[in-house]
Design a protein. Structure first.
Length: 201
């Protein structure tokens, strides 16, 4: 996405980056809310059917967190369900900026409609279901979608071919760091999960 929506590209298509990026962030937030609605509905249904205790919920989330951490740390996250498609970049040549910006954002904000590159997304969906609260699932989805949508602003300074090339070079150097960040986040979630499970016992 960052290679498609930036001031240099939007100017060449007679669009404004602010409008396209704004639509992208909004679409991503709405996509996240939609993900939270789906996962939250499933979670409420499971709660009604199974009526799990808070202890069972905490332990289930902890187990899923540990599994996600192991898979991420060993580069085995590809064993988890994913998709083989990414957003349709042909939209860029066919629609106005706010249309493809919002459309791309909605798909990415929904999280599971495109390629899933980290176990953190799977864990988020599980947490949305196990939290047992529809409003809280919506909040989690909104937060995820908004944060993911805001990443488009990292490209806000790309206004020339030279800056675009430099940006891609920086992305390549950050790839390993992003995995380390995901592992660190899952490790922190595991610690929090252990504390939550201990408190629930």
């Amino acid at each position: 996405m960052l290679s498609s929506i930036h001031p240099f590209g939007e100017r060449s298509r007679d669009n404004t980056f602010a409008r396209t990026a704004g639509a992208h962030v909004l679409g991503s937030a709405l996509g996240g809310i939609a993900l939270g609605a789906v996962a939250g509905t499933i979670g409420v249904a499971l709660t009604w059917i199974l009526d799990p205790s808070d202890t069972i919920r905490a332990i289930a989330v902890l187990i899923c967190t540990v599994v996600a951490l192991i898979l991420e740390a060993t580069s085995r996250e590809t064993l988890l369900p994913t998709r083989t498609r990414q957003v349709n970049e042909n939209w860029i040549q066919s629609y106005r900026g706010w249309v493809y910006g919002g459309g791309f954002g909605a798909e990415l904000g929904f999280g599971i409609s495109t390629i899933i590159t980290t176990a953190l997304v799977h864990l988020l969906v599980v947490a949305m279901m196990l939290v047992g609260s529809f409003p809280l699932a919506l909040l989690l989805g909104f937060t995820f979608g908004t944060v993911r949508g805001l990443t488009v602003l990292a490209a806000r300074s790309i206004d020339s071919p030279e800056r675009l090339r430099a940006f891609h070079q920086r992305l390549d150097t950050y790839r390993a760091r992003s995995r380390s960040g995901a592992v660190a986040s899952l490790a922190l979630a595991t610690v929090v999960g252990l504390a939550g499970a201990s408190g629930a016992l």
